[in-house]
Design a protein around this ligand. Structure first.
Ligand code: BV8
Length: 248
């Protein structure tokens, strides 16, 4: 990607900023081989709409199908590695401890790349809950088919993620708002900027006069409002940006 793709004023703002917030979506994990919500799911799941599966109604209707989908995603993400975009954010955070990643992703790849203090707005595939008590469950008997049951109360187990129609964890929302509220620069990387309330976070910064940079190969509803909207893949643009900062 030509160096010129990153505007000089952005390089200056990024080099000076001490408090940076990076809002990430499924696109930052695309180059690790994790299908995004808008890409067709692969194989068996190609015929399902993830937005229909990631709901309490789908789980109520067919817990075995929804559990199998999350088990497939958990096994897929366990087989992939963080990519250069995840690693670039870790490098940046090591030079600027005030950098905070706020992610919509549930794949845990930011943490596996060494980024600290990741705010998970939509939970994590690595956590499994009792669907009745909502307590974390570490060990369970995996049935040949169907969803496993809680060893304590017998209710179905569910993934520790936030489904459409469910409220986000209060602590995560508070942490995200606090980070954006004190940010000097916000990046929005690899998200379609469609899912609320995450999609409203960059606007909170813009309203404070804080610059917002979007990195995405495609246009999104954020593109016309962003201070800079860079058309490019996260694993190309983020390393280029971080390497150009001479963070000392
Ligand atoms: C809630 C976890 C209160 C599960 C997910 C207004 C306010 C509040 C709520 C709403 C509202 N309007 C509507 C709602 C309801 C709903 C919503 O936003 N609906 C949308 C569809 C309109 N929101 C909710 O339900 C939220 N709950 O607000 O609670 C409430 C309660 C009841 C009723 C009302 C309100 C909960 C939302 C969380 C849902 N859970 N994930 C799981 O993962 O299975 S969302 C899930 O989808 C992801 O986490 C992610 O957030 C979203 C997908 O979006 P992206 O991450 O952006 O991924 P996507 O595939 O869409 O796009 C990928 C992008 O990457 C693309 O732009 C592509 O161009 C780009 N890309 C591709 N390759 C690359 C790349 N970019 C860079 N580099 C590349 N190489």
């Amino acid at each position: 990607m030509p160096e010129g793709k990153i505007p000089a004023p952005l390089l200056d703002a990024a080099a000076e900023a001490r408090r940076v917030v990076v809002l990430t979506g499924a696109g930052i994990s695309a180059e690790s081989g994790v299908p995004t919500f808008r890409d067709a799911q692969t194989g068996l799941w190609a015929r399902y709409d993830p937005q229909q599966l990631a709901t309490p109604e789908a789980f109520e209707r067919d817990p075995g199908l929804v559990w199998a989908w999350y088990r497939w995603r958990r096994e897929l993400t366990a087989r992939v590695e963080p990519n250069a975009a995840h690693h670039a954010l870790t490098r940046w955070q090591r030079r600027r401890p005030g950098l905070c990643v706020v992610t919509q992703n549930v794949d845990g790849l930011h943490q596996r790349a060494g980024t600290e203090g990741v705010v998970e707005l939509h939970g994590s595939l690595s956590r499994t809950l009792c669907s009745a008590e909502r307590c974390m469950v570490e060990d369970w008997a995996e049935p040949d088919d169907g969803a496993p049951r809680c060893p304590c109360c017998g209710a179905y187990l569910r993934p520790g993620v936030v489904w459409f129609g469910e409220s986000l964890p209060e602590q995560a929302v508070a942490a995200a708002l606090q980070a954006v509220g004190s940010a000097e620069l916000v990046l929005s990387v690899g998200t379609s900027s469609l899912v609320q309330p995450a999609a409203s976070l960059p606007g909170e910064a813009l309203r404070r006069g804080v610059p917002v940079v979007e990195i995405n190969p495609a246009e999104t509803p954020l593109s016309p409002e962003a201070s800079w909207s860079i058309r490019g893949a996260a694993a190309e643009v983020l390393p280029m940006l971080v390497d150009s900062l001479n963070l000392g």
